[in-house]
Design a protein around this ligand. Structure first.
Ligand code: DAH
Length: 341
């Protein structure tokens, strides 16, 4: 009997359990009711008294080893089952992706950038959390200048020298401080103002800024560039007009209107029956601003312009409510599956 048990222990140790079939075979051989170990326990009764202690110990060792091995193998199989079962049937079709589209603001922005890139403008960027210098002071907004109130600013409460930029004009300063003319840049981006949220205004929106600085840049250069822009954006028939305006950082300053593309200048609801739509602010960069950035205004001059993107996108894609742009509703984006820009 001792020899049988001994050889069974050896057999058990060498038994390979790598498949479900081998696991079943192991159970049949060692641990099932009808397996060899139970038989041995049956015949233990007839073992002579003096051998009982030794044989009993060996039998228990055999049994413990068998169950330990069985449990270890089962544990591994369970784990494998979990990892192999989760992906279920890999031949089944997968879950469909919810398809969005390119955001209308991004499309308008891309189109504008493309138009200006054709004539040599390059994209520049600056931080959305700005300091007073770049957002106001360097742009010729003097301390207590009423124009600072034109833009309801979100200040950082811990240090009001920092604020959320109210316009992309701050990027003009960042570029002029670090680059030498000729400078020809575009600054697209998000800006923030403390305004009540409604269908037509929001506390954050988007602008595209342009800046050109070189020797002998004139107001006529600006007009021609803006006309090129209007025709590229709105079609060959587009006309522009410039109205005198005021910005601290430009002298002279103007507001540019484009002829309403919906009524072709006849007057309609969209242009409030004027035939014109206000598109952007622009002007010749104020010599003080050039000086603030270390550029000699006796040698260089330039023009700048800035336009809001959100209203342009509303008009282009007939989006009735500005808030839709930031509500993250995929149903809006799904309407723009066809990427135009
Ligand atoms: N920064 C102005 C605003 O947000 C827009 C603007 C006007 C930008 C005139 C310009 C400019 O570059 O020349 O209202």
């Amino acid at each position: 009997m001792q020899e049988i048990i001994h050889s069974l222990i050896q057999e058990l140790t060498q038994f390979q359990i790598n498949t479900q079939g081998e696991l079943d075979a192991f159970k049949t051989r060692f641990t099932n009711k009808k397996a060899v170990i139970n038989d041995l326990f049956e015949s233990f009764k007839s073992v002579p008294k003096e051998e009982k202690r030794v044989v009993g110990q060996m039998l228990n060792e055999l049994k413990t080893k068998a169950y330990e091995k069985l449990e270890a193998a089962q544990e591994i199989f369970e784990k494998e089952k979990i990892t192999f079962q989760i992906p279920h049937d890999l031949t089944l079709p997968g879950d469909a992706f919810v398809q969005g589209g390119r955001h209308p603001l991004a499309m308008v922005m891309n189109k504008l950038i493309h138009i200006f890139e054709q004539i040599g403008f390059e994209v520049a960027s600056g931080p959305e959390i700005e300091d007073d210098w770049h957002n106001f002071s360097a742009l010729n907004f003097r301390e207590n200048h009423p124009a600072r109130d034109m833009q309801d600013t979100f200040f950082v409460s811990l240090n009001p020298d920092y604020l959320l930029r109210t316009h992309t004009s701050s990027v003009q300063i960042r570029v002029m401080e670090t680059q030498k003319p000729p400078i020809r840049i575009l600054a697209p981006g998000r800006v923030y103002r403390n305004e009540a949220v409604s269908a037509r205004s929001h506390c954050f929106f988007h602008q595209l800024e342009g800046l050109y600085i070189d020797r002998n840049v004139s107001f006529a250069d600006m007009q021609q560039t803006l006309l090129y822009f209007a025709k590229s954006m709105f079609g060959e028939n587009a006309k522009i007009r410039l109205r005198p305006s005021y910005f601290p950082f430009t002298e002279i300053s103007a507001e540019m209107d484009v002829s309403c593309q919906i009524c072709e200048g006849e007057g309609c609801g969209v242009c409030k029956h004027t035939g014109w739509l206000e598109i952007m602010g622009c002007g010749m960069v104020d010599p003080n601003v050039l000086e603030n950035c270390g550029i000699d205004p006796d040698i260089y001059s330039g023009y700048a312009f800035g336009m809001g993107i959100d209203r342009l996108a509303m008009m282009t894609y007939k989006v009735p409510d500005l808030r839709m742009f930031s509500q993250n509703d995929i149903r809006l984006l799904r309407q723009f599956e066809k990427i135009e820009f």
